[in-house]
Design a binder for this molecule. Structure first.
Ligand code: ADP
Length: 472
């Protein structure tokens, strides 16, 4: 079986967030079982020399809305995976990955090029699409390309759907007959993700809880009813993390790499980080946040809570970037002696923060899967999360003694039902008490570090899903 993974970003070539990590780790593990091909845009920012990306000897042109687009295909090999890159200036030569005025054309070109590649140049059995940027390939695979393969669409975040003015129908040869309420049409606009869901043979989300949540109006982003009509083909498979990439024992970003028998070195890493970013009292518990500064992540609630506890004996570090509103909410916290706010994207610093911190804050309003809490656990930082989506599936409160988790030793972190100030304070007090009980804290760190968050189990589940789809 040959599987083509189609995505708008993939680690290590190009990354803006969790999607890139997920697709990169997934491909690497999948290629150990089945022939795996990745297909990505060849953005200007991708370093062709570093990755030995060369012309694949495949060129073709697309005729979209009466305009001709000459496509060049490039290729490289990595860890048993064959990677194809689609190049056209309109798709690739932009300053930013997303939010460009021409995004419909950009990812329309991408989806057409993927289908053309699969129709006439490479053989595939499963076309596995990720998010709205590649979702258009699901309907196009049926018409006009008539690909002889099954299509799986994975939703990494339903909040992003790729919604554009209806001119896209003609501009991208989608056909007005498909501009209907049960396909592309969404409040008189074109919705790429919706069109993809309609025609995919299977739709997955990146955690089982999120697959249930999105059928509800609170989480469905306007598509809950539509998703309920497609629920027979909807399921959730929890993402993994690339366990070799995220390994505190061999991570080159760390000054004191450590495994689960060397927790003392984690302390040294913490002292080194505190010194590096100018936090005094490095024996205080260190709370961290790494991620996008966005409404989804509960940043407003986080900032409010941090303002209230800033005088307590603890340190906080925030590393993130986002929209001006959320950045402005965090920046004033810098005024506190024990809080550091670092705006920007810094992969190496993020690893140091995961490794150095004692607690990792993730008060998300919704979370399709969330990789950060899994990375945190692997690096021995105890997650403090709101119980939603993938956070609910991966973090079990260490004091939980409900009938489902009667054994406190199965706990992995601290969970909150809500992120109001009282619930948040309660969680922080619980964390401080745990920190004071060194033996218990260390036992939890060690037990989390031993957990298997790799792609091994998820890939087994995806293989089962692929095999259950009727072959062509
Ligand atoms: P998202 O909703 O952004 O996909 P995830 O938790 O699934 O959230 O994944 C986020 C990934 O991006 C993690 O690997 C996290 O460490 C990384 N990341 C996010 N923001 C930053 C940043 N400012 N600097 C470094 N890494 C970041």
């Amino acid at each position: 079986m040959t599987i083509a993974m189609v995505a708008s970003e993939m680690f290590p070539y190009v990354k803006s967030g969790g999607l890139a990590d997920a697709v990169g780790g997934f491909c690497r593990e999948l290629s150990r079982h089945e022939e795996t091909i990745a297909i990505l845009p060849l953005y200007r920012s991708i370093d062709c020399e570093r990755f030995d990306i060369r012309p694949a000897g495949i060129d073709f042109s697309l005729n979209l809305g009466g305009e001709k687009f000459n496509i060049k295909v490039y290729k490289c090999f990595d860890n048993g995976c064959e990677n194809y890159f689609i190049y056209h200036p309109a798709l690739c030569d932009h300053e930013r990955l997303y939010d460009c005025p021409d995004s419909d054309l950009r990812f329309g070109i991408f989806a057409h090029a993927v289908c053309e590649l699969a129709a006439n140049h490479i053989n595939i059995d499963i076309l596995h699409l990720h998010d709205w940027q590649s979702a258009l390939a699901a309907p196009l695979a049926k018409e006009p390309y008539r690909l002889r393969c099954r299509v799986v669409l994975t939703i990494h975040n339903l909040a992003f759907q790729g919604i554009f003015s209806k001119e896209a129908i003609e501009r991208l040869n989608l056909g007005w007959d498909r501009f209907t309420i049960d396909r592309f049409e969404f409040y008189d606009k074109v919705n790429f993700l919706k069109g993809g869901i309609a025609d995919a043979d299977a739709v997955t989300t990146v955690s089982p809880t999120y697959a249930q949540e999105i059928k509800h109006p609170d989480f469905g982003c306007g598509l809950d009813r539509f998703l309920r009509t497609h629920e027979d083909k909807l399921s959730g498979i929890l993402n993994g993390i690339d366990a070799s990439e995220f390994d505190p024992a061999s991570d080159p970003a760390l000054s004191f790499p450590f495994d689960n028998r060397q927790i003392g070195r984690k302390q040294e890493e913490k002292h080194a980080l505190c010194e590096h970013i100018g936090l005094h009292n490095s024996h205080y518990p260190l709370f961290a946040y790494v991620g996008r500064l966005a409404d989804q992540k509960g940043i407003k609630e986080l900032a409010e809570m941090l303002r209230s506890i800033a005088d307590a004996p603890l340190n906080v570090v925030i590393l993130g970037s986002g929209d001006p509103y959320h950045e402005a909410l965090c920046k004033p916290l810098e005024g506190k002696e024990n809080i550091r706010v670092i705006l920007g994207y810094d992969e190496a610093l993020s690893r140091r923060i995961y490794a150095a911190s004692d607690f990792f804050l993730m008060p998300s309003k919704f979370e399709p899967c969330g990789l950060a809490q899994m990375i945190a656990m692997r690096y021995g930082s105890i997650p403090i999360v709101r119980k939603t989506g993938g956070l609910r599936d991966t973090v079990i409160d260490f004091t939980d003694s409900s009938p489902h988790h009667p054994n406190p030793s199965v706990g992995t972190g601290i969970t909150m039902e809500r992120t109001d100030i009282v619930s948040f304070m309660h969680a922080i007090i619980k964390a401080l008490a745990l920190y004071a009980d060194r033996e218990k804290h260390t036992a939890l760190i060690v037990s989390n570090m031993k957990k298997d968050f790799s792609w091994r189990r998820p890939v087994m589940e995806y293989l089962k899903l692929y095999r259950a789809l009727k072959p062509f």
